[in-house]
Design a protein around this ligand. Structure first.
Ligand code: C5P
Length: 480
């Protein structure tokens, strides 16, 4: 651990609105504040409260010494925002680019649209321009004209180039390095990361030509999100449906924002998704879990330079960029994978592990009981290992161990008890099961972070934002 850094409490006090405001934020009296000022340092839990209070007021703050980088105005000025160059391809899913642009703006990203000629068959440059508040470029604009932004400059101004829908044609042109329109020219000229969201007919997606193009693009470091399984616009069911706007926006946010590499050299294990416990060869017991929260956490720890192993039950999400994913089915497999990934500095157990498994799962499909003497089906369940609790007691216990507690009632009491029972450092608690407030599968979450000394209530936010904030809090833990 590094020694505690000097903290300029006077500057923080001013930013918070004075001494009384700081006392209110910290819940302490005037003498405690005087002590902190005299020492020029604060304990860890105070540091996190100050950090949260400042960032909640729109300040950008350095994690190591709480120095203020810029105030609320600068933080929200366009110059401070990462820029996404959104290349819209010519497919029926093009209309989803508008919703994705809106979601990216919500995450604090600036969006500039570029449309291929065929995208114009589906949406208009005017709707893209109106939504993004930026000119939408297409091949009708002369980019060699001095009055316009040159295509190289446009390509270089991006923090991320997002291609959606990435059609079979656009992927093929990008893979073979063509530069026969503005979109493909940008893809060649950019030095920013590229994220593609493919969308096409399932047969086109499965075609060896597309498979080969995908491989070429992947090898060149192009990030892919989707496609997913489901109904496609052409009426066929299969893989080829574009990922949802919220998931694409979240992936763009993870890739575009350059985060300080404050977790470089640290190792992290994240468990995510459900576990699936077989009853027989076709039936199983499982919990609800989309895996979105765990995947976002893994992505944002990796974005800060941590070396992350994501141990995941079956979900439909792609592995986040820069993360090593180990796929498992059962709790026993998850535990074995966690043990194999030790030692680690950080472990976050976000998986919804099934508490029980069937004592003797059958290899063949169980027959339904004969109706005449049906007495119901009896299954003997035995308890699964508690992965989080065993990490808490392990000789190789990670320095920072974090669990999740999804509770239907008495959230704080239950989660606090669970934190001490499972011997973890933080328990992240949320209420689930309210009919009007779904968490499972949703893009939003609202939590309480319970540590030994404090309870922080975080406002409702996108799961990606929550993961980002959690990664920042984790960084602070290693700085102090
Ligand atoms: O007891 P409960 O299932 O509510 O605890 C939730 C926390 O414990 C989560 O962090 C979950 O990942 C972890 N857990 C585990 N192994 C289990 C059950 C829960 O790691 N068998």
């Amino acid at each position: 651990m590094t020694p505690t850094n000097h903290v300029d409490l006077t500057a923080i006090m001013t930013a918070l609105g004075g001494r009384q405001a700081m006392q209110d934020v910290l819940g302490v009296g005037a003498s405690a504040i005087s002590n902190y000022v005299a020492r020029g340092s604060v304990p860890t839990h105070v540091r996190s409260k100050l950090y949260n209070a400042l960032t909640a007021r729109g300040y950008q703050v350095r994690l190591d010494d709480l120095s203020i980088i810029c105030g609320p105005d600068a933080a929200t000025s366009p110059a401070a925002k990462p820029m996404i160059l959104l290349i819209i391809g010519g497919g029926i899913a093009a209309y989803k680019a508008l919703e994705t642009a809106r979601q990216m703006q919500r995450l604090g990203l600036d969006v500039t649209g570029v449309m291929t000629k065929s995208a114009g068959q589906f949406i208009t440059p005017l709707s893209v321009a109106a939504l993004t508040n930026q000119k939408c470029y297409d091949d009708l604009f002369s980019l060699t004209d001095e009055a316009e932004m040159g295509h190289i400059r446009l390509a270089r101004s991006a923090d991320l180039v997002l291609v959606m829908p990435a059609t079979a044609n656009l992927m093929a042109r990008a893979a073979s390095g063509l530069a026969d329109d503005l979109a493909t020219t940008i893809l060649l000229a950019t030095t920013a990361p590229i994220l593609m969201a493919p969308a096409m007919n399932p047969a086109m997606w499965a075609h060896p030509a597309t498979v080969a193009n995908l491989e070429v693009l992947r090898q060149r470091g192009v990030h892919m999100i989707g496609p997913t399984e489901g109904d496609t616009a052409c009426g066929e069911i299969g893989s080829g449906r574009m990922s949802e706007p919220a998931d694409i926006a979240a992936a763009a946010f993870e890739l575009a924002v350059k985060r300080p590499q404050t977790l470089a050299g640290k190792t992290a294990i994240v468990t995510a998704g459900p576990t699936v416990e077989p009853i027989d060869s076709v039936r199983f017991i499982a919990n609800h879990s989309s895996g979105k929260q765990g995947y976002a956490i893994a992505a944002l720890l990796a974005a800060r330079g941590a070396s992350v192993t994501l141990i995941s039950g079956p979900v439909t999400l792609p592995a986040p960029a820069g993360v090593k994913r180990v796929s498992v089915q059962t709790a026993a497999q998850m535990q074995a994978a966690v043990n194999a990934a030790l030692p680690a500095d950080i472990a976050i157990c976000a998986a919804a592990v099934a508490d029980w498994r069937v004592a003797e799962a059958r290899h063949a499909k169980l027959k339904k009981p004969d109706h005449q003497n049906a007495a119901g089906m009896q299954l003997t369940l035995i308890e699964n290992p508690d992965i989080l609790a065993s990490l808490g007691q392990s000789d190789q216990r990670p320095k920072l161990l974090i669990g999740f507690a999804a509770e239907t009632e008495d959230v704080l009491e239950n989660a606090t008890a669970k934190r001490s029972r499972k011997q973890c450092d933080w328990m992240i608690a949320n209420q689930v099961g309210a009919a009007d407030d779904p968490v499972f599968g949703s893009d939003q979450n609202h939590i309480m972070l319970i540590s030994e000394t404090a309870v922080e209530t975080w406002p409702r936010m996108l799961k990606t934002e929550l993961a980002d904030k959690l990664a920042e809090r984790i960084t602070m833990e290693f700085l102090t």
